[in-house]
Design a protein around this ligand. Structure first.
Ligand code: UD1
Length: 337
C-alpha cells in the first residue's frame, strides 16, 4: 500500500510543487492548508498535473483540538511541514503572530507525533539561519548566527524545538535549509502567488516585465561583490521540491545517520542581482526597467550553498539552471493576466 504523507501548507508555493513530486513518486498525499496565503484552485491545478486530487483539510494549525481531530481521522507515515508565515518585514511588526503561527503549530504537530508514535518529519528551514556567513560557499558546519528578523528567529527556534523533540521522543527529522526558491512548474499550472507588492526579487522582476510594476529597484550596488550587487543562490522550486522526496525517503528507509539532521538546499552557484536581471532578459527576450537604489535594511552581501553534503547524503542534486527557473517564472507570470 502506498504510504500517506501529510503536507502542511501544501497549497503554497513550495508546498504545492512538493505535493506534485510526492504524487509522482507514488505517495498518497493529504494536504492541510488554512488558505491564508493561497486558494483552493491550487488543489485542482495539482490534480490537473498529476491526475489525482490529494485529500484536503482546511485547518488552522494554531487550534490544537483541530490538529488532534485531524490525526484521529488520518493515518500518516510522514509529515512535511511548510505551513508558516514568511514575510520578513511583516514579522518585525507582528512578532507574536509569527511566533504563535510558526512555532505553536509546530509544537502541536510534534506533540501528536509523540503521542501517536508517528515518525518522519521534514521541516522547511532557511539559509537565513546562517546570517552573513564568514565563509562562502556555506557548509552545514557554518555557525547559526543571531537572527536579524522575527521570521528568521522562528526558523532557528523551530529547528531547536525539533532537535529537542527528536532527542527526547525518538522522532526522526530533517530540516532543509533552503536558499532562494524561484521559478514555477513547467506545466505553468502552479507557481508563486505573491499577495500585494512582491518583496522578493523574482516576482518583482516578472511583475515589472509584465507592466504591473513601473520599475525594479536594485537594492545597492556597493556590496563587496564583483559587480557590487548582492549575491544569492537561486534554486528552481521543482529541484527544491525533489529534495523533500529525497529527505523523506532517507527517513522512511532509515538511512539517516542521526535522529535529527539538517541540509543546505541550494544550487551551489551564486548570482548577483544584475546577473539575474541579465539572465532574465536573455532567457525571455524582454527588457527590464530598473534603477539602482540604496541597500535594503537587513540584507546580507552574499549567500550560496556548499551542496556537497546534501548531494551525497540525500543522493539528490539540482537538474535545472537559473535560465530555466527564470523562463518558467515568466511563463507563469504571463498566465496570471
Ligand atoms: C528573503 C529573506 C529570507 C527569506 C527569503 C524567502 C530578507 C532579508 N530575507 O531572502 O529570510 O528566507 O526571502 O524567499 O528579506 N532585491 C532587489 N530588488 C527587489 C527585491 C530584492 O534588488 O525588489 C535583491 C535583494 O536585495 C537581495 C536579492 O535581490 O540581494 C534577493 O532578494 P529576495 O528575493 O528578497 O531574497 P532574500 O533577501 O535573499
Amino acid at each position: 500500500m502506498a504510504k500517506q504523507i501529510l503536507v502542511t501548507g501544501g497549497l503554497g508555493f513550495i508546498g504545492s510543487h512538493t505535493v506534485v513530486e510526492l504524487q509522482n513518486a507514488g505517495f498518497d498525499v493529504v494536504v492541510i492548508d488554512d488558505l491564508s496565503n493561497t486558494t483552493l484552485k491550487v488543489l485542482d491545478q495539482i490534480a490537473e498535473i498529476t491526475g489525482k486530487k490529494p485529500s484536503f483539510e482546511q485547518i488552522d494549525l494554531r487550534i490544537k483540538q483541530d490538529v488532534k481531530n485531524f490525526f484521529d481521522k488520518y493515518q500518516v507515515d510522514g509529515i512535511i511541514h511548510f505551513a508558516a508565515f514568511k514575510a520578513v518585514g511583516e514579522s518585525m511588526h507582528k512578532p507574536l503572530d509569527y511566533y504563535e503561527n510558526n512555532l505553536g503549530a509546530l509544537v502541536y504537530l510534534l506533540q501528536e507525533m509523540r503521542d501517536r508514535k508517528l515518525d518522519n518529519f521534514i521541516f522547511s528551514s532557511s539559509c537565513t539561519v546562517y546570517g552573513q556567513a564568514d565563509e562562502l560557499p556555506i557548509t552545514e558546519k557554518a555557525p547559526v548566527k543571531k537572527a536579524e528578523s522575527v521570521y528568521g528567529n522562528t526558523k532557528q527556534i523551530g529547528e531547536e524545538i525539533i532537535q529537542d523533540a527528536s532527542k527526547a521522543h525518538g522522532i526522526n527529522a530533517i530540516a532543509l535549509r533552503y536558499f532562494n526558491p524561484v521559478g514555477a512548474h513547467p506545466s505553468t499550472k502552479i507557481g508563486e502567488l505573491p499577495l500585494g507588492v512582491p518583496q522578493n526579487l523574482i516576482p518583482f522582476i516578472t511583475q515589472t516585465a509584465a507592466g504591473i510594476r513601473e520599475e525594479l529597484s536594485v537594492f545597492g550596488d556597493d556590496y563587496p561583490t564583483p559587480d557590487g550587487t548582492a549575491v544569492r543562490d537561486y534554486i528552481h522550486v521543482v529541484d527544491l521540491a525533489k529534495a523533500h522526496i529525497a529527505a523523506l525517503n532517507r527517513l522512511i528507509e532509515k538511512k539517516n545517520k542521526e535522529s535529527y539532521e539538517f541540509f543546505n538546499v541550494g544550487t551551489g552557484k551564486g548570482s548577483s542581482v544584475l546577473e539575474v536581471i541579465n539572465a532574465f532578459e536573455t532567457a525571455n527576450d524582454v527588457k527590464l526597467k530598473y534603477k539602482i537604489v540604496d541597500r535594503r535594511a537587513g540584507d546580507i552581501t552574499a549567500a550560496y550553498a556548499d551542496t556537497t553534503i546534501a548531494n551525497k547524503e540525500l543522493a539528490w542534486k539540482t537538474e535545472l539552471g537559473l535560465q530555466e527557473a527564470l523562463k518558467s517564472a515568466w511563463e507563469w507570470q504571463l498566465k496570471q493576466k
